[in-house]
Write a protein that binds this ligand. Structure first.
Ligand SMILES: NC(=O)c1ccc[n+]([C@@H]2O[C@H](COP(=O)([O-])OP(=O)(O)OC[C@H]3O[C@@H](n4cnc5c(N)ncnc54)[C@H](O)[C@@H]3O)[C@@H](O)[C@H]2O)c1
Length: 354
């Protein structure tokens, strides 16, 4: 029997618990050996729930332990320092999205991973969804023909998370919906299409709803309630146009809040067919059939929880059985794109991406 990979989880908040569930479901291959959080009550409760004996209030204690790998699931502002320290300590790292606050930080993480020769996997969990895997296969099998455009639409009518908290504080989050949710759909679009070389972007960002905070009307709030004495200095809407040289383009609209209907999809346009992947319904193939224009709803077989699959692929990579499922270099491309979108919005012109 193969040796179990020993895992430490740093940051046992909302998503840290999801990782604990995912690695627990892979208990034949991995053992959660250490949990870490600065919130001692939460840490104790999580230790009891997941039956983990070693609990640390300081992540550096995790890095001194004999774990093979760590999950970095603290807030965005701590990704760089924690991931780099873990890689330098010889630990493999599964790093939550967004990879970092900006591309400079992301580049430092990639360089540290290269030097350490450890596995760095970015937590682009949506890639493990059955519909996104299938869409990628349709591209690699040539079913869609030549891919020339990606449409990324992710509109929440009123979905600002934790208004006034770290989500809406740029110094803690790095940005608004672009960094929080856009990063997932950008990854999906580039993963499915295979276009990973954005060359320029012309974009605009707007902050029209979150500030002043007390005027924000909403039905429900993830990570709420609002902290009216907090900060909201992030965008709540971003739109733009990205060139991938002369090979392909991408248009996007990403919003935490807008006076527009909720919508969420990535649509990939090819010469033989298009595929539209949604957040929560079956993907649609847009093509021609027997001389007619046809839409085909694709029924996706159950493929299991994306977080569990992500954990299993990370374990396999830690064992040297496969490369990182989401290499740091792809996370870095995503961060460079987002940096350029912000810069384009501020300067009001097209920005080259190097
Ligand atoms: N993959 C996804 O779909 C997904 C979903 C939600 C969040 N995330 C990402 O996960 C990260 C965490 O988000 P969250 O929603 O779980 O936030 P959260 O605030 O619920 O959890 C963060 C946890 O980190 C702890 N913490 C803070 N500083 C720490 C430190 N120095 N050492 C150890 N623990 C520390 C906090 O006490 C808290 O329990 C973010 O980067 C976020 O973008 C990813």
């Amino acid at each position: 029997m193969k040796k179990k990979v020993k895992i430490g989880i740093i940051g046992m908040g909302a998503i840290g618990a999801v990782h604990a569930d995912a690695f627990s479901a892979n208990s034949n291959n991995a053992e959660i050996a250490v949990l870490c959080d600065i919130n001692s009550d939460r840490l104790k409760a999580m230790g009891e729930k997941y039956k983990v004996g070693k609990l640390c209030l300081d992540y550096r204690e995790v890095l001194k332990s004999d774990v093979d790998a760590v999950v970095v699931s603290v807030g965005n502002a701590l990704h760089r320092v924690t991931a780099c320290a873990a890689l330098k300590a010889g630990k493999n790292v599964l790093l939550e999205k967004p990879m970092a606050m900006n591309s400079k930080e992301a580049a430092e993480i990639v360089a540290t991973a290269d030097k350490s020769r450890k596995i760095l996997q970015v937590g682009m969990v949506n890639r493990q969804r059955g519909d996104i895997q299938l869409a990628r296969k349709y591209v690699t099998d040539g079913i869609l023909g030549d891919i020339y455009h990606m449409r990324v639409v992710l509109i929440r009518r009123r979905g600002i998370p934790g208004l006034g908290g770290w989500f809406t504080t740029k110094a803690a989050s790095g940005g608004g919906p672009l960094i929080d949710i856009g990063v997932h759909w950008f990854d999906a679009a580039m993963f499915i299409s295979g276009h990973w070389n954005p060359s320029s972007v012309s974009a605009m960002t707007y902050s029209k709803f979150g500030s002043p905070m007390k005027n924000y009307k909403y039905v429900s709030m993830w990570a709420g309630p609002p902290k009216f004495d907090g900060v909201c200095d992030t965008e709540d809407y971003a739109t733009g146009f990205v060139r991938y040289g002369k090979k392909a383009t991408m248009s996007f609209e990403i919003a935490w809040a807008a006076n527009a209907e909720d919508e969420s999809y990535v649509e990939i346009l090819g010469t033989k067919g298009g595929i539209k992947v949604f957040s929560s319904k079956n993907p649609r193939l847009l093509t021609e059939f027997n001389g007619n224009i046809a839409n085909v709803e694709l029924l996706i077989p159950e493929s299991g929880s994306p977080f569990q699959i992500q954990a299993k692929k990370f374990i396999d990579a830690c064992r040297g059985e496969c490369p990182s499922e989401v290499p740091g270099k792809q996370g870095l491309v995503n961060m460079k794109l987002i940096d350029a979108i912000y810069e384009s919005g501020v300067k009001g012109k097209e920005i080259l991406i190097k």
